[in-house]
Design a protein around this ligand. Structure first.
Ligand code: AMP
Length: 193
């Protein structure tokens, strides 16, 4: 198995590049943000709880998303490889994920960090808010999401670079340009998909 984390700030292209990677390498994809939005659409109790955090640009509590990951592994016990988009977002989530993978004798192979300038992130998110109507893509919420990213999520870079797994990808440019950078990195790794 070949397990990938697609990592980066909101608006860095995780969803777009994650989807292309999933199709290209036949991986099993999970986006915790998508799972949560689906629960909000269905207005489940968990969706209602999550909405309170998401609409303010805050992270949903760790135990909620860790439970989502547990269910994902139960539903997808085997795979060519997993791709994690938007998870982990805190050190506690990263540690919980490592434990769950270890139980399956698996681990993360690579963390692809999409590096994008802040100005570009804000511009992309504002545009996405206009096009897709995501209610957390408004300027005020975007600013708090970026702050949360730097405070709680960015420290994971150190966690994975210590493990020799973090690879920085220039996330500026067209979708195709960025994907070809990712492809080069994956093709150069000694463990193959
Ligand atoms: P995303 O679609 O990945 O941008 O996620 C949208 C929102 O869902 C985030 O701003 C968080 O409020 C919440 N969310 C998604 N994934 C996580 C996670 N792993 N931990 C905590 N909150 C999350």
């Amino acid at each position: 198995m070949f397990n990938i984390i697609i990592f980066g700030a909101p608006g860095s292209g995780k969803g777009t590049q994650g989807q292309i990677l999933t199709d290209r390498y036949q991986l099993t994809h999970i986006s915790t943000g998508e799972v949560l939005r689906e629960k909000i659409r269905k207005q489940t109790p968990l969706g209602k709880l999550a909405d309170e955090y998401i609409s303010k640009g805050q992270l949903v509590p760790d135990n909620v998303v860790i439970d989502i990951l547990t269910k994902f592994f139960a539903d997808n016990p085997t795979s060519n490889g997993y791709i994690f988009d938007g998870f982990p977002r805190t050190l506690r989530q990263g540690e919980a994920m490592d434990e769950m993978l270890a139980e399956k004798n698996e681990s993360i192979n690579v963390v692809l960090w999409l590096d994008v300038d802040d100005d570009e992130l804000v511009e992309r998110l504002v545009n996405r808010g206009k096009e897709m109507g995501r209610n957390d893509d408004n300027l005020e919420t975007i600013k708090s999401r970026l702050k949360v990213y730097y405070q709680k999520t960015a420290p994971l870079k150190k966690f994975y670079s210590k493990q020799g797994k973090l690879v920085k990808i220039n996330g500026m440019g067209t979708v195709e340009e960025i994907f070809s950078r990712i492809e080069k990195v994956i093709d150069s790794l000694s463990t193959k998909i």
